[in-house]
Ligand binder design. Sequence first.
Ligand code: PAZ
Length: 304
Amino acid sequence: MEEWEEYFAQNPAPRGHIQNCAQMEAFCQRHVGHHPIALVTSGGTTVPLERNTVRFVDNFSAGTRGAASTEYFLGQDYAVIFIHRDKSVTPFLRHLNPRFLLEAMHEGPGGILQLSPAHSSQVHPVWREYQQIKSEGRLLWLTFTSLSDYLWLLRSATQCLQRLAPKALLYLAAAVSDFYIPQDEISEHKIQSESGPLTVQLQLVPKMLRPLVSVWGPELYVVSFKLETDEKKLIEKATAALRKYKHDLVIGNLLQTRREEVTLVTERESSLLRLTEHQKAEHIEIEKLIVEEVCSRHRNFIKY
Ligand code: PAZ
């Protein structure tokens, strides 16, 4: 058995997985022949320290990249499966602060809540765009929390989209843990402090990009992200990932500058995408540039 097969054999499917798969199947059926589909993964996975989880190792990712990119894929006429960490940043809602919404409401005639005219101009465009996408059924939201939830969803989504290849792409922006505690080593109940300081040994997660590219979705256009904090390592690591897994594009980004620039690395070349001062002043997001570029490359991929 391959390492990744062992992982799935040892970590049971999360609750609701069959329903999630049914939703993905129905979504793909609805859009096949009408819209290309993008699977966007977003936010960070958790690694539980206990099976009845009280404590877990988390990841910094807020999900901003995935949520913003989803809106731009929708703008490019894609249907989007948005697989995101529960309670992370989401498309459309990210423009509306919950406190702002509470401030924006007032009680109208008959005690019915209304949006005050002064606030309406900010909410209306977001609401209109969301309603349009909703009426077209072009956005499917699915959530994960733990690493295992994420990997089960990723595998099923990829297998589902493979049937639509080449008109489907994977855009893997989630920050996925490289380390975990295997099922046979994890504590069943809350770890007690009476036993003294805690030493935990995390094992390496099998590299799932390998079966993703070679087994689950061999004809899909696959874009992965690579995050580093050391500038000197970024291109080297992105290129190594591409050579190892043989997918289509790696988007390298540095923690410190990820909102302003990314490097697109393919087998043949690497190119920098950076917001200009003018674009920053206009509040243009780097995700707009990334998604335009990815869609253009995906269109070429579909042609050949
Ligand atoms: O979610 P966010 O907007 O805060 O950050 C996005 C990101 C840095 C997690 C993403 O661009 C990324 O690089 N994801 C892959 C991380 C990795 O190397 O596993």
